[in-house]
Design a protein around this ligand. Sequence first.
Ligand SMILES: Cc1cc2nc3c(=O)[nH]c(=O)nc-3n(C[C@H](O)[C@H](O)[C@H](O)COP(=O)(O)O)c2cc1C
Ligand code: SF4
Length: 445
Amino acid sequence: MSVLAEKVITRDWFKGSNHTLEGYKKNGGYEQLKRALTMQPAAITDEVKKSGLRGRGGAGFPTGLKWSFVPSLEKNTKPRYLAINADESEPGTAKDRFILENDPHLLLEGIGIACYALGAHACYIYARGEFKGPSAVLDAAIDEANKAGIFGKKLMGTDYELNVFQVRGAGAYICGEETALLESLEGKKGWPRLKPPFPAVVGLFGCPTVVNNVETIASLPRIFEKGADWFMKLGTGKSGGTRLVTLSGSVNRPGTYEVGMDTSLRELIYDPAYGQGMPEGVNVKAVIPGGSSAPVLTAEEMDVKLEFDAFKPLQSMAGSGGVMVMDDKTCIVRSLWRVARFYAEESCGQCTPCREGQPWMARIIRKIEEGRGEMSDLDTLMNVASAIAPWPPIGLGNTICALGDAGALPVQSFVTKFRKDFEEHIRLKRCPHGDQPWGHFGDFK
Ligand SMILES: Cc1cc2nc3c(=O)[nH]c(=O)nc-3n(C[C@H](O)[C@H](O)[C@H](O)COP(=O)(O)O)c2cc1C
Ligand code: SF4
């Protein structure tokens, strides 16, 4: 079994009053920001590159590399911004909210380090609208940091000005997509932008902007405390550090866990420290490994490590770390219908394949689930999905943003890997699982 060598993000959670400035400082807080402010900004970016830190928002993009796309002040004199993605709406994902609640100053210290490295004097934290509790804790922490002179005109007493603001979303999943997030921050409808230009060059208010996930930025203080080499070694040599994963569905102990990148899905599900196995009488049938948009895996594919590149040969992705386990009593068709309904509902409507294709796929899946399906529906499903994004995935769909792919890939992977389940529904003209309640997927009708 894989044992986590050292905790990174959750190390100080529940240690005294760690969520307050006083408690955080007792645990050594803000010392790394102090130290970073004595470094050259470019040296900070180099450290982050060396650490192997990769974005925890879903794509696993190398963080230091992303920062290096921001043009120098000589080339572009516009102000630059940092935007923190705390939208966390990917089904099956619950990790960033716990950072906001349990260690808001860890995120704020990371923000100080990142803004100084980027030359940003303002940071906007875009928090999911429903995060009432976590947002209140974060607001209190920002207030404490402002009053203590950590932020404001003089960042930690230096001549560098940094102001940090929290902005609350209004419940749209699409606003987690980085350019929709920027539109929303600008007070507009959250419609994704065409890329290029990328936010690092033309972002918030037309200025260079880095968008990073909460967990990504909260990793920075530890990288500076223990060193980039330490962080890289904790990981796999390709991806540094640890990961927060959310385990849900048919397991004995669902929850949010910090795990090593070398932990496999099987270990996550069965290890006594994590999921503690399946409930009695059932076995794993399918696992969604990285939030509902990640292509589904079969029970035979559970030995994959929870590291970003490891999923590629399985045509899936580590995504946002939302691991959802389905047992052999779960109806695969009904589960996919649940997922498809979500993406149909959340499509912003800008691109035809996504706007029309997502609800079309949801309708076909419903038809199959209700016993009205035909074998040709399976080809139609694959065709509609492939008009949105190619299968097998190549990381580039046919739409403005990746929500298109997010809805197409589950359909393609479920139909490819569990075709027999779909065919059985069609042949029997009913769901073989009967009229069971929604179980692990909630009370959805
Ligand atoms: C539809 C959609 C929703 C997304 N939702 C989130 C989200 O809730 N949180 C997040 O960090 N990234 C989300 N992303 C990814 C962001 O666009 C972006 O890649 C990420 O915030 C970058 O941060 P990172 O490099 O630190 O991972 C979403 C992407 C898409 C296409
Ligand atoms: S892919 Fe879907 S969500 Fe993304 S911009 Fe197009 S219509 Fe909107």
